[in-house]
Design a protein around this ligand. Sequence first.
Ligand code: TRP
Length: 335
Amino acid sequence: MKKTILTGLRPTGNLHLGHYFGAGKTWRTIQDDYDFYLEIADVQALTDNFDNPEKVRKNVYEITKDLLSIGINPEKVHFFIQSRISEIAELTIFYSNLVTVSRLQRNPTVKTEIAQKKELFGNDGESITYGFLGYPVSQAADITCFDGEVVPVGEDQVPLLEQCREIVRKFNSIYGETLVEPQQLLSTTPRIKGLDGNEKMGKSLGNAIYLVDDEKTIEKKVMAAVTDPNKIRKDDKANPDVCMVYYYHKLVNKEENKKKICEECKNGERGCVACKRELIEAMNNFLNPIREKRKFYEEHPEEVDKILDKGTKDAKKKAIETMKRVKKAIKIDYE
Ligand code: TRP
């Protein structure tokens, strides 16, 4: 029997290379080894985008196409939409009794996010919504609804999984062994830096390469990437370790080219413009098979709908089973 894995993403924008190297690539590798539930977390996306439902709606499909284009196989993975599994919302309500408000306020992930969203939640989070503060509870429902045994996570998600495990332990200790306590599968890839060297990557920072970027966009972004500031002339010796162009060569270029690029850069035998040109080519070679796959789904939106319908049906079946067990445990099994 394969173990069950559950992971999710918020449909708030297209996937960039950070998502690919930090998560998507791993999911593709492990999809054969697990019974894999992949949640498009539209309800969670609404917690900080409640005023922009069009954005969430559009990105449910964008993200699904991104995932399919990198080779997440819908024959192996249950793609499903969170809002279509009402059991998750029900579980969230029951779990809410098992979490204190102060514990949520102390959750490091939530704390960081509140600080980042001053416009929405005020300077000290004084306008925080009940829904956003409680999203870790909803995320615990996402996981346990499918008896998720393994959850692949990045560093930033670790406190959310810890919170989930606490809820599970509390539930089981009060109502009897009912829920499965998930284990984390921590991503080993360090966070990918932006083209400007920033630790954080994103649309607003303009420093990320998206899987959907076309050749023109790639050219523009790579030409603007940050190189060794001490290299002034084409034949100056430079330090590739502080150069974002070399950093991205390492991610997408062929093994045999990387050494050469590094040596030539150190010896002053390689100008930055030529090096960027080479990166543009390598980046397009890397993205071309992804673009090719995406094109199919762009031209066949009905296939995307079918994949989401099928995955959601699978998820619903599992959710109903879990809900029965939970209601019995809480003694609200009136049917
Ligand atoms: N919070 C996750 C993120 O922002 C998305 C997510 C929703 C998730 N539900 C999940 C991740 C369940 C793991 C398990 O990326």
